[in-house]
Design a protein around this ligand. Structure first.
Ligand SMILES: [Zn+2]
Length: 202
């Protein structure tokens, strides 16, 4: 038996049915939050169905907000409107955490509960770059760190940063930095050696 003061409850079969059937007759009875995305929704929300183990049930939006969840951009539980700025932060956070995985506009829209079109426009307006440009920036930044600090091959570095197609990784890296990954690594190594020999006059 769950005590009264606990703000969320374990999901019942009936609630799970309501969520998977997008049953709007349950919208006034509960809202559900998803741990993996940090978003909460009405039962009727048309967003992709969550993994059941990640679902928390709340009596109302206020309780979910108190626990740090954010309202869904799409279904606006209890009429709560997620500010665009918060939404873009949510999307950028998702990219920062998942850059090594396949990411497309569709995947992002799916995870962050909006349409690809709306996501593209809103992100660009606030960040001054498209989501794809932001993904590329994050991946290249992580690739630089790997090239400078590890012995991994170019192909391995590409895989680590979500660019498993090596020729494409090399092309993109060169476009963004002016160097191929190998040139970038050599440049860095060369400079390090010069510094060492300058300091270490015997
Ligand atoms: Zn929703």
């Amino acid at each position: 038996m769950i005590s009264e003061d606990q703000s969320f409850t374990k999901i019942s079969d009936e609630q799970w049915q309501a969520i998977t059937h997008n049953d709007s007759s349950y919208d006034t009875l509960f809202i559900y939050a998803v741990k993996s995305t940090g978003i909460f929704c009405r039962p009727s929300c048309k967003s992709r169905h969550p993994n059941k183990v990640n679902v928390l049930i709340f009596k109302n939006a206020e309780q979910a907000l108190t626990q740090g969840f954010r309202p869904c951009k799409r279904c606006k539980p209890e009429g709560l409107h997620l500010p665009d700025l918060d939404w873009v932060v949510q999307i950028a956070d998702y990219i920062d955490d998942h850059y090594s995985q396949p990411l497309t506009l569709e995947v992002l829209a799916d995870m962050c509960h909006g349409s690809p079109y709306h996501l593209q426009r809103t992100f660009k307006r606030i960040k001054n770059m498209t989501p794809v440009e932001y993904i590329q920036m994050v991946r290249i930044a992580h690739a630089k760190v790997q090239l400078n600090t590890s012995d991994k091959t170019i192909g391995e570095v590409g895989i680590l940063v979500g660019l498993p197609n090596t020729p494409y990784f090399i092309t993109l890296f060169k476009k963004k930095t002016g160097y191929t990954p190998l040139q970038y690594r050599k440049e860095y190594t060369y400079k390090s050696l010069v510094e060492v020999s300058d300091d270490g006059t015997k």
